[in-house]
Write a protein that binds this ligand. Structure first.
Ligand SMILES: Cc1cc2nc3c(=O)[nH]c(=O)nc-3n(C[C@H](O)[C@H](O)[C@H](O)COP(=O)(O)OP(=O)(O)OC[C@H]3O[C@@H](n4cnc5c(N)ncnc54)[C@H](O)[C@@H]3O)c2cc1C
Length: 420
């Protein structure tokens, strides 16, 4: 089939690879000059399927309200919220019901475990070499943090995830560079989880897709689509439309606006987050693997010769406006745990400060499958876990498109869920 993909973020690139591997004639349209320049650019890189859970969860609205009052809050609202953002929050609040949460958690985790398997197959099969580290630790500052993670640990047990609760001494053995002056209780250690550089992986896999014949048209914006011919794209600056047998929408946050004229209402909102990445000053003082500070919901990951610190969930605001307080929280958490790890002394010279927008649906899981119109397919809305979900989502989409049953159950991930 002649297939167009809109967007070359991690979702578009993995989709292009799987479709090209199936023998399709693939063209990817990307408005930026390279792959993974938007949300897939500098995320935390964590692949921890047991922790891929919906942010719409029982008790979350209360937690969000309480955390808004704290200085280093994990959640922030950029007031005033737009009408769309208020409507999104209303849907999010409704999805916090226990029953809805449990159903969505099952869907997300099923896909996340499958996706990690596919990530490993693709990485090993193609011998891709990108910055990655093994193991994941959720750091617990005090008894209070330990109490709060207990329901999550029950989820891990039910999902059969291998983990151990360990004390501070053992944590220090695994991460010898941890600040000796920071007192803490311990951690949850997940030896089978990992972190990897999502952007590097996307760039390498793009090359592999190209080797299989996929074409990438960069600096090329899909201007609009037309309900009467959903597999046709109108490209900015071109006079005639481009016709395909199928179009797969992988445009992340921009998908909602492109699909609106086709009659599809996708309730997607940007949930902004930040990361700082800095070269490692002295490897002995740097983390070995990936860690999450449970209190501040900030991840610290070792990516080759760099350390990345990422976190914050901001609803409202603008993509280009970075909140200094959110970025300060990242520096604080890095300093608390690994004070000598990174070259940040001349504040900013070698540090990359980044703001990204998670393409988030209010209830959590992405939408993967047919778009309900001839030739239209969707792979979008991967929210806070697009990297962890990408390889599985792409393989499953390619199987559906070929008329095969995917190796993972996609119940509830179709577009019909959004209409309910
Ligand atoms: C701070 C932060 C930390 C995160 N940490 C993690 C993590 O640890 N683990 C994890 O799994 N996930 C994480 N995520 C989430 C993850 O980054 C996203 O889910 C993922 O990058 C989404 O990928 P995407 O391909 O859907 O979107 P994008 O990467 O945004 O790609 C969409 C692409 O479509 C292109 N596009 C849009 N409109 C058009 C158009 N009209 N024409 C042509 N091209 C178009 C865009 O330019 C863009 O390149 C994090 C996100 C943030 C912000």
């Amino acid at each position: 089939m002649k297939i167009a993909i809109v967007g070359a973020g991690i979702i578009g690139v993995t989709t292009a690879y799987e479709l090209a591997a199936d023998g399709h004639e693939v063209t990817v349209f990307e408005r930026r000059g390279a792959a993974a320049e938007e949300t897939s650019f500098a995320n935390a890189g964590v692949v921890a399927p047991g922790y891929v859970t919906p942010w719409a969860a029982p008790g979350m609205p209360g937690k969000v309200l309480r955390s808004l009052l704290s200085r280093h809050s994990a959640v922030r609202l950029g007031l005033p919220l737009s009408g769309e953002e208020i409507a999104w929050m209303w849907k999010w609040w409704r999805a916090c019901k226990l029953e809805t949460y449990l159903a969505n958690r099952t869907r997300l985790q099923r896909l996340a475990f499958y996706s990690r398997e596919r990530l490993h197959q693709v990485t090993a099969g193609l011998q891709l070499e990108y910055d990655r580290s093994e193991g994941y630790m959720v750091l617990l500052r005090a008894e209070r943090d330990s109490r709060l993670v207990q329901p999550g640990l029950q989820v891990l047990r039910e999902a059969g995830v291998k983990f151990r609760e360990i004390g501070a001494d053992e944590v220090r053995k695994l991460e010898p560079a941890l600040n000796p002056d920071t007192e803490f209780l311990g951690a949850v250690h997940l030896p089978e989880d990992e972190a990897g550089n999502c952007r590097q992986f996307a760039l390498l896999l793009k090359n592999e897709a190209q080797r299989l014949g996929a074409k990438f048209e960069f600096n090329t914006t899909v201007d609009r689509m037309d309900r009467s011919a959903p597999a046709t794209l109108f490209i900015a600056g071109e006079t005639g439309p481009r016709r395909f047998d199928a179009v797969v929408m992988c445009a992340g946050l921009a998908s909602a606006a492109l699909l609106r004229p086709l009659g599809l209402k996708i309730p997607m909102a940007p949930v902004y987050g930040y990361s700082i990445s800095a070269p490692i000053r002295e490897p002995l003082n740097a983390p070995r693997g990936a860690l999450m500070d449970e209190r501040y919901k900030v991840a610290i990951t070792r990516l080759g010769n760099r350390v990345r610190v990422a976190g914050s969930a901001e609803i409202g605001g603008a993509p280009a406006r970075k909140r200094p307080d959110s970025i300060q929280t990242l520096y604080k958490v890095l300093h608390d745990w690994f004070p000598g790890a990174a070259q940040i002394s001349n504040m900013g010279a070698s540090v990359q400060e980044w703001k990204g927008a998670r393409p988030m649906l209010p209830d959590g899981p992405p939408v993967i499958g047919p778009g309900g119109l001839p030739g239209l397919w969707l792979n979008l809305g991967h929210g806070s876990s697009g990297w962890a979900l990408s390889c599985g989502s792409a393989r499953a989409l390619a199987d559906l498109l070929a008329g095969r049953a995917p190796d993972v159950d996609l119940e509830g991930l179709g577009v019909a869920r959004l209409a309910a």
